[in-house]
Write a protein that binds this ligand. Structure first.
Ligand code: SAM
Length: 328
């Protein structure tokens, strides 16, 4: 069996790396109004430690990495980190997820550092609602950031929209319209029960089938063949659209059988499953002089301990960490 194959015959090729738990937004489903108590500088992995862990993961068969957070673009010296990350031999794909607030100035530099694919979170097209959801007045900055990403040449540019019933689901038609006139991939994501902050309630979830039928009421939707970079998203497009629509259904129609990912938190824990608090401590080993082979063994432990599936969505919120402390 290959070193990156788990007990359920899934090949683990994707590592999500959270480089900070801090964020400059306070999205009401992700982080508390006063921010969660941030980790101290010494609690978070140094870039060198993250790079060592990634090199070990790549030796085991990881080929794809996404940088996330918290808000990754607020961590100092991120360009230096991205440059080194992008030159790891064997790593084929490095992407980033950002809230877009700092992208106007950072789009060019992160592109030059080696990133080509970007996901930007945008839950509403309404500036006032944006302020209500994020508890910050940054809508224009994010729109400027998205435009800067487009001008810089990122492709694809995916816009992440977490749909919450009664909050932003009435904007499905506007987002659909945006996918028709602009080359963005609008990714509708089901609201997930992560941490207490999410105040998750099954009644607030717009399921993927409901999203699809609401889109279909706007016009015929064609299924798009996967580019290989769509992950668990089902991709669609309206006729003559410049962009596409992705629907991601971690709750109503989980895709655990195809899960190919591990997560590394900013404080150096490897999480085999987004919805489980089971973690493997990498940081302590990194800081007690372990070898590359030791890190590889810990990563293999993470692969071996991936659960067959999650059971989120059946009770209340799962997990202790909010999404901002895991890395979405
Ligand atoms: N700061 C970056 C951003 O805003 O994209 C990266 C980190 S953020 C935690 C990553 C993604 O997780 C965002 O798209 C956010 O909307 C999503 N997210 C956070 N909490 C969520 C929840 N309870 N359900 C679904 N998505 C969630």
């Amino acid at each position: 069996m290959e070193p990156n194959t788990d007990p359920f015959h899934r090949k683990i090729t994707y590592l999500r790396i959270s480089i900070t738990d801090r964020c400059n937004l306070r999205c009401l489903y992700c982080i508390s109004a006063d921010g969660v108590r941030p980790l101290t500088h010494k609690d978070i992995l140094t870039y060198e430690e993250i790079l060592d862990t990634t090199r070990a993961a790549v030796e085991l068969g990881i080929t794809k990495v996404r940088i996330t957070g918290g808000e990754p673009l607020i961590r100092r010296d991120i360009l230096h980190f991205i440059r080194l990350l992008c030159t790891i031999p064997g790593l084929k794909d490095v992407s980033i997820t950002t809230n877009g607030t700092l992208l106007k100035d950072m789009a060019g530099p992160i592109f030059d550092a080696g990133i080509r694919r970007i996901n930007i979170s945008l839950d509403t097209l309404n500036p006032l609602k944006f302020q209500r959801i994020t508890r910050r007045d940054c809508f224009d900055k994010v729109r400027e950031g998205i435009s800067a990403a487009k001008e810089t040449g990122f492709s694809p540019i995916k816009l992440n929209v977490v749909l919450i019933k009664g909050l932003n689901d009435n904007e499905i038609p506007q987002f659909a319209e945006l996918s028709i006139r602009s080359p963005y991939v609008i990714r509708f994501i089901e609201f997930m029960p992560i941490g207490k902050i999410a105040c998750w309630d099954r009644q607030k979830v717009i399921t993927s089938s409901e999203i699809k039928s609401r889109l279909e009421s706007l016009g015929p939707l064609q299924q798009v063949t996967s580019s290989g970079n769509d992950g668990p998203a089902k991709q669609y497009r309206f006729a003559h659209a410049k962009g596409e629509i992705g629907i991601i259904s971690p709750i109503s129609n989980h895709f655990c059988a195809d899960c190919n990912r591990l997560r590394l938190t900013a404080d150096g824990k490897l999480r085999p499953c987004l919805f489980s608090d089971h973690e493997i401590d990498i940081k302590t080993s990194l800081r007690s002089g372990c070898t590359q082979e030791d890190i590889k063994r810990l990563i293999q432990q993470g692969i071996a301990e991936k659960p067959k599936r999650h059971h989120a969505g059946h009770g209340n919120n799962t997990g202790l960490r909010p999404m901002s402390k895991i890395g979405g």
